[in-house]
Structures are given as structure tokens and as C-alpha cells.
Design a protein around this ligand. Structure first.
Ligand SMILES: [Zn+2]
Ligand SMILES: [Zn+2]
Length: 825
């Protein structure tokens, strides 16, 4: 090997630590900054602001890197990418955490003090999450606080409040006392969108209800603890068993309440005994029944999860305990005559996964049922990646039946900007005068002296409730493009926003965002909606902080590197499907980084020739570049639908199985100029081809693996790095008819290797003579150099000294004259 060929890439190994200096360099160079006055098209990425409720976890990081790939890809496509870092800080989880950490009860702690503790706790977690994001190569425009947003920032909250005032003035907000989903664990009303269902085993108890003048009626119930809230017994009008019972009264056991027996088609004849005990707020059907028959509700359970005074001697007991005692007493009195095990569909809270109850409270509601139709149109016509996740939104929209309760009895959230007049009691909101202001009615006077309703000046009581946190996060897509703050930017950027997110928050975050934007602007919030699957553990369980099945990401990043983790995330599953985390497979991906580095280092031995034209290249090199074109053609369609699974797989296969195994081996001899008597122009042609090919591979891989690709690119092709380079597109001039023989060529290589391996020969062993297909004539000299073939021929030899080597997965054969080994030392 000639001495002049020393690799331009000096480091002979790529390690995860080598990624670290790039984090600082990118931040210093501001390579991903957003320039709002750029002439390019603005493309905004409405990233889910991570919720700070604890330590950052692996599944979360993998999810975010896939969003980062979108931003990087679009940037390389020449768009001006607005990709701010947002942090969601409002809401329940931090409050619960502060209560636990400091042993406090929120409602008995001074509000200002509690809010301050939440803030400190959030700051702690925020630095961990931003550090992890930076280490993972998240290309946010900046990590500085000016370029980022926090949902608890006064600027952000002021916009949330201004949008509320807007909706209030449009008559879309009202207050009502009605039963709502209530989570005891979270201590708050929750919206239907946050309710999930699970199957749980339960006991069905059969009871006798006395009916004066008739035999007792039989009732099967899973919730005997709600007997004190029973308001009616329903029977199906067609149920022969209860002919003549309709209109009579039944006596509720233990509590002696007299309740009407009502014929209603909602009673299911095949469930239990066919007669249904209807309780206030027992389940959704009960709530509807009370509404339909104007029954007077009785609350059996308090917001603290205890029995109320209505439960008589059971008052004050936790529900589960009351249930046991009531069952015992029903048995004692002979009212309970049978029990059987069954399963029940139980509504649970999306966050805490604990069962919810219906509890009646005064809440503010935002009208949403009127918007189902226009939102269905958006859901049907919008662009979804992958298209099949559109259905989650459509299914949810078809289930929206009640308005959205938006008020919460919490502290760490955006305050509802409402004051109540001491004279007339009427609520009023500040004027929307275009000046953004952040209001805190619990500790501030309103910006008006006179009651806008009655004109009195008797002072006001500030509202002390906060908004459901989805009220804040649902306008992140508007906030990031300067809604109400930067009209110039907003005008340019609205309409070209992508919403990337997980499938678990389609009916909450995506739905609420579409609803809110439609209510404010009568337009779709997003041009594109990108919905990914979950990251699950080896058993297929969703990784989450609460399940404790998500390993600490930092040691994993230190061991395998951010690039490997990023690429692993896309290699494992297509967009929208779940990614299963298996460490061994991640280790396998990290080997590809090493392979890529070694390939690049090999190519870096050769100078980058200038001024060479495509026409001057050898046929083999034209063929390689035509293969590169085909590779670009294969990855482009999936990149266009923002699914990097197939492209990542394809890049790995192309780089490893085609370039490393075949192309580098084949061009070695020519590029070093040591074998085959190649001319200088043929040697340069090889150098040029290797560099062009490497550039394409690096640029195609850059959104997925920004570290290793940028490091190589900077060493070889310029200090500006890879991030603003164009994403590869096919080059029309790169074409060759030889690509039709690619499969035969690869099989021929494999044939030579197989022959040498099977005969115990080194791969470098020279072969005196071989015969290959005539179709491969253009490759002949490179193949001779590659396999050490002394003489090459294209017609079948008659000479019996040749051995026939069948080619794998091919009809064709090659003929090899074995080397006379006794001559070898
Ligand atoms: Zn909950
Ligand atoms: Zn008034």
C-alpha cells in the first residue's frame, strides 16, 4: 500500500463519548436556530411539552428523538423550522409530588407557599429533562429560556386566559351543577377524554326489594353500597317476569326508601334478574336515567371517597369498607340470597389508573358538543401519519356527548380570570383589549372597579379555581407561532404546523387542540398530524414512570450512545406501532455506528477529486452511483410520510451489505492503484464515487443519527457540518443500464468467497483463472483485483481442471481453476 494514503479521519474508533463535544458545539454555533424573518417557508413543530412530574425516562426520550427526526429532515429539505422547546409545568402531578415530598396537604397550606414549592420542584426536574434532550441530540432552536416556553410562564398563562375571555364573550362558557367524573386519587373532576375503562372482577349480589301488595322484586347489583342513593327500579316493558309491577313502589332494604318501579327499555332483561337498581351517579347510565326521569339525586359518596350522611350509620366510612359492612348486614337480614363472581367494566382515571366516581359539583363548562361536526370534517380531511391513527380521533369525536368541564379545584394551574360581584354575585371577566395580562384572582383585585353587571362598587370575590391543564396545553400550537403576541409571525406561520404526539393523547391533547383552535379561528390547527406508538418493555407493557419498567436512560446513553438509541427506536417498528425495548438489540445497533465510522475512515484515505464529470467515470462507478439513486428512490416515499423505519433499515442494509461488503472491496485495488494497472483517471473516478456515495449515506442518515454523521462530515466535507446540508434527492445524471445485473454481480462475489471459505483459502488468495457470466464483462478488471483472479474469461471452459461453483440464489455458475497450493509456502 502506498504511503500517501493515510486516513483524514484520525480517530480509529467511534465511541459514545465522542458525541458529547458535539452537543456543546451545536449549541455554540446555533446551527438549529429559527429565523422568523427568513425568506424560506416556515414549518413549525408543535412538540408535546414534556410534563415534569419526575425523572426523565427512556421511553420518553426515544419518542422525542423521533420527533426530532422530523425537524431535522424538514430543515434539510430547506424549510425554516420553528422547533421550540416547551415544558408543561401546570397541573396535578407536581402538586401530588409536593404533597408527598413535603408531607403537606395542598388545601391546608397557604396557596402562595404551596405554589412556590411546586415551582422549585419543577425547576429540579426541568434541568434533568433538558440535559437529557440535549444529550440525545434534540435539535430545538435553542435551549435558552427566551426561545423556549413553559406553560406556567406568565406570558403563556396570559394567552390561555385571553383565549378563555374570548370564548366567554362568545357565549361558549357556562357554569352548571351536575355529576362529573371524579378521581379520588387526583382529587379533581376529570373530563370524559381522560377516562379509560378496564375489566375488573367483582361480585354480583342478588337482593330482595319488598313491593307492597306483590311478591318482592329481585335485584342484582355490583354496588350494594349505593343502596342509600337508590332512586328507582327499572324493568323492561317487555319483561314477562315483572308484568304489573310498573308504577308500583319498591322498598330499598336497610334504608327503607320508597322508590318508583319504572318501565324503561334501558333495563337489560338478560343482565342479572332483569330488574335494575338505579342510583344517583352510580355509573354513566344512572346519570342519564336521573336526567331523563327527573329523579332527585342523592349523593352517597363524598369527594373525599367517604360515605355521606345519606348512608346513615355508614356515614364517614371509606366506600370499600361500607360495602363490606352493608353486604354483611344484608346477609344477616336475609335480604341477600345469592352472590356470584363476574367481571365489570370499570371507568378509571387516565393518570392515576384508579376507579372514578360520579360526583356532582359546580363547574365551568366549555361547549364542545356543537363542534363535533366541523371537527369530524377536519379529522376526515386532515393529513395523518400514519393514516390509520386518524381513526382514534374519529372514534373519540363520535363519543363526545357532554360539554367539557374546564374548572379544577387545584392551585398549580392557570387561574380562571373571573371575579364575582359582592353586590349581585354575578361573575365578570376582564376586557380583552389586546393587552396581554396575567390575572391571579385569588390574590388580586380585578382590573375594573365597577361591577360590569350591576354597576355596584362593593368589591369582588376572586375565583379561586384553575383551568384543566389541557386548556393550556391545547394552545401550544398557537403559542409557538406567536398567537396574540407576534401577529407578523402568526400570519406567516399559521397553517403550516405539524403536531407530533403519542397515540395515547389523541382524544385529549390532539382533540382539545383542534377544538380550541377551531373555536378561536374557525380553521384546522394543523397541516399534519403525526401519531406514534408507545415504547414498551420486553413483555410489551408500556414504559412509564409509574410502572417502574423504564430503565434510567443515562447509563444506557453512556454505554451505547445517543445515535444508537435513536436509530434503535426507528429500526424496531414502523411509525404508529409500538417499539419494544430490548437491550441486546440496541447493542446490535451500536455496532452499526462502529461499522459506519470504519467505512468512512477507509474512504477518508482518498482525496476528494475536483472537477471530474460523470461522463469521465468508469462504467463500474456509474453503476455504483445509479445504485445510489435507486437507494434514494427506495427511502424517499417513507421519508415523505415522516416514517423513518424503512429508510433506517434500508440505510443500514445499503451501507453494510452493499457498500462495505461489495463496493469498498471491489474498488480497493483501483483506489490504491496497486493492482490491475488502472490509469490515474480510473483511480480518481473510484475516489470520487466513494466520496459521493458516502456523502449521500451520511446525509440520508443525518436526521436519525446526527452525531456520527456530523462528526464525519465535518472532518471530510467542511466545518459547517451536515445539519443544513440538503437531504439527498435522486440525481438524474446518475444512471446506468448495468443495475440490471446487480444481483448477478453480488451472487458472483458470494460465489468466490464461498469457494475460498469452503476450501480453507484466505479471501486474499490469488486464483489463476476464473470464468464468470459475460454479462459482468464491465466489472471484469475490478473483479480481478477484488478476488485476485489472474486471468478472467466469459465462456465456459472445456478444461477439466476448473471446478464449478453454483451461485447462491441464482441459476448461474462460475468456474474456478484452483490454485496450485503446493507452490504456496
Ligand atoms: Zn386520577
Ligand atoms: Zn354586581
Amino acid at each position: 500500500m502506498s504511503k500517501k494514503f493515510t486516513p483524514a479521519i484520525t480517530s480509529n474508533r467511534w465511541t459514545p463519548e465522542a458525541e458529547e463535544p458535539l452537543v456543546g458545539l451545536w449549541s455554540k454555533e446555533q446551527v438549529c436556530a429559527f429565523n422568523p424573518s427568513s425568506k424560506k417557508t416556515i414549518y413549525s413543530v408543535d412538540t408535546p411539552p414534556p410534563y415534569l412530574s419526575g425523572h426523565v425516562h427512556l421511553g420518553q426520550l426515544i419518542h422525542y428523538t423521533q420527533i426530532d427526526m422530523i425537524a431535522r429532515y424538514r430543515r434539510m429539505q430547506g424549510l425554516e423550522v420553528n422547533f421550540p422547546l416547551g415544558i408543561d409545568r401546570n397541573g396535578l402531578p407536581v402538586e401530588l409530588r409536593v404533597e408527598k415530598e413535603f408531607g403537606l396537604k395542598m388545601h391546608s397550606t397557604p396557596r402562595a407557599e404551596f405554589v412556590e414549592k411546586c415551582r422549585q420542584q419543577l425547576d429540579l426536574y426541568e434541568s434533568e429533562v433538558t440535559n437529557a434532550f440535549q444529550r440525545m441530540g434534540m435539535s430545538f432552536n435553542t435551549y435558552s429560556s427566551e426561545g423556549s416556553y413553559r406553560t406556567d410562564n406568565p406570558r403563556y398563562r396570559a394567552v390561555t386566559q385571553a383565549t378563555f375571555i374570548d370564548l366567554w364573550n362568545k357565549g361558549l362558557v357556562y357554569s352548571d351543577y351536575r355529576p362529573n367524573n371524579w378521581c379520588f386519587e387526583c382529587g379533581t373532576t376529570i373530563a370524559d377524554a381522560e377516562v379509560e375503562y378496564t375489566e375488573r372482577p367483582t361480585t354480583l349480589s342478588y337482593l330482595h326489594f319488598e313491593v307492597p301488595g306483590s311478591p318482592p322484586i329481585e335485584i342484582a347489583t355490583t354496588r350494594p353500597e349505593l343502596l342509600c342513593a337508590c332512586g328507582a327500579v327499572f324493568i323492561h316493558p317487555a319483561d314477562e317476569r315483572y308484568r304489573g309491577y310498573g308504577g308500583k313502589k319498591a322498598i330499598v332494604p336497610l334504608f327503607g326508601l320508597e322508590v318508583p318501579i319504572i318501565e324503561s327499555a334501558t333495563a337489560l332483561m338478560e343482565f342479572g334478574t332483569g330488574a335494575l337498581m338505579v342510583c344517583s351517579y352510580g355509573d354513566e347510565a344512572d346519570v342519564m336515567a336521573y336526567r331523563d326521569f327527573a329523579l332527585k339525586p342523592i349523593a352517597a359518596v363524598s369527594p373525599e371517597g367517604k360515605m355521606t350522611q345519606a348512608a346513615g350509620k355508614y356515614a364517614g366510612l371509606p366506600v370499600s369498607e361500607a360495602k363490606l359492612r352493608i353486604i354483611a348486614e344484608l346477609k344477616e337480614q336475609g335480604v341477600l340470597y345469592k352472590q356470584e363472581e363476574t367481571t365489570q367494566r370499570v371507568p378509571i382515571c387516565w393518570r392515576s389508573k384508579t376507579p372514578i366516581e360520579f360526583i356532582a359539583m359546580d363547574e365551568y363548562y366549555l361547549k364542545q358538543t356543537d363542534y363535533v361536526k366541523p371537527l369530524l370534517k377536519i379529522a376526515n380531511e386532515g393529513t395523518f401519519y400514519p393514516d390509520f391513527h386518524r381513526q382514534i380521533l374519529i372514534d373519540w369525536l363520535n363519543r363526545v356527548t357532554v360539554d367539557w368541564p374546564i374548572s379544577r379545584r387545584r392551585y398549580y394551574g392557570t387561574e380562571i380570570p373571573v371575579w364575582y360581584c359582592n353586590a349581585c354575585g354575578q361573575p365578570s371577566v376582564p376586557e380583552n383589549d389586546g393587552q396581554l395580562r396575567y390575572y391571579r384572582p385569588w390574590c388580586e383585585d380585578p382590573p375594573f372597579k365597577k361591577c360590569p353587571k350591576c354597576g355596584a362598587e362593593k368589591g369582588f370575590r376572586g375565583e379561586d379555581r384553575t383551568f384543566d391543564t389541557w386548556m393550556d396545553s391545547s394552545i401550544s400550537g398557537l403559542q409557538i407561532i406567536g398567537y396574540m403576541r407576534n401577529p407578523k409571525l402568526f400570519k406567516r406561520a399559521f397553517g403550516n404546523v405539524i403536531r407530533p404526539q403519542g397515540k395515547d393523547i389523541v382524544r385529549t391533547w390532539l382533540y382539545y387542540s383542534l377544538l380550541r383552535t377551531y373555536q378561536l379561528l374557525q380553521a384546522p390547527a394543523f397541516k399534519e398530524m403525526w401519531v406514534s406508538g408507545h415504547v414498551v418493555d420486553e413483555k410489551g407493557e408500556k414504559m412509564s414512570k409509574s410502572r417502574g419498567n423504564s430503565p434510567d436512560p443515562f447509563p444506557i446513553i453512556a454505554k451505547y450512545g445517543a445515535d444508537a438509541l435513536r436509530m434503535f427506536g426507528v429500526l424496531e417498528a414502523g411509525l404508529g406501532s409500538d417499539v419494544r425495548f430490548v437491550e441486546d438489540r440496541l447493542a446490535g445497533v451500536s455496532k452499526f455506528m462502529t461499522k459506519l465510522w470504519n467505512m468512512a475512515r477507509f474512504v477518508s484515505m482518498f482525496p476528494v477529486p475536483r472537477g471530474i464529470e460523470f461522463d469521465q467515470l468508469t462504467d463500474v462507478d456509474k453503476w455504483i452511483l445509479a445504485e445510489v439513486n435507486q437507494f434514494i428512490d427506495r427511502i424517499t416515499p417513507d421519508c415523505e410520510v415522516l416514517d423513518f423505519h424503512m429508510p433506517a433499515t434500508e440505510i443500514r442494509t445499503f451501507a453494510w451489505n452493499f457498500l462495505a461488503d461489495h463496493v469498498l472491496e471491489m474498488l480497493k485495488g483501483r483506489c490504491f492503484g496497486t493492482e490491475g494497472g488502472f490509469e490515474a483517471i480510473e483511480q480518481e473516478s473510484g475516489w470520487y464515487t466513494l466520496h459521493e456515495t458516502l456523502k449521500v449515506v451520511l446525509r440520508a442518515l443525518a436526521p436519525v443519527c446526527p452525531f456520527v454523521t456530523d462528526a464525519i462530515y465535518r472532518e471530510l466535507y467542511g466545518k459547517k457540518g451536515i445539519q443544513r446540508e440538503p437531504f439527498p434527492t435522486r440525481r438524474p445524471e446518475w444512471k446506468s443500464g448495468l443495475t440490471k445485473h446487480t444481483a448477478l454481480l453480488l451472487a458472483t462475489d458470494a460465489g468466490f468467497w464461498k469457494y475460498k471459505r469452503e476450501n480453507g483459502l484466505s479471501l486474499r488468495q490469488a486464483l489463476p483463472e476464473a470464468c464468470i457470466s459475460v454479462k459482468l464483462r464491465p466489472w471484469a478488471r475490478d473483479l480481478q483485483a477484488m478476488h485476485g483472479i489472474g486471468k478472467i474469461r466469459f465462456s465456459k471452459p472445456k478444461d477439466k481442471s476448473f471446478v464449478v461453483v453454483p451461485l447462491p440464489e441464482s441459476e448461474e455458475v462460475i468456474y474456478i481453476r484452483p490454485p496450485s497450493l503446493e507452490k504456496s509456502p
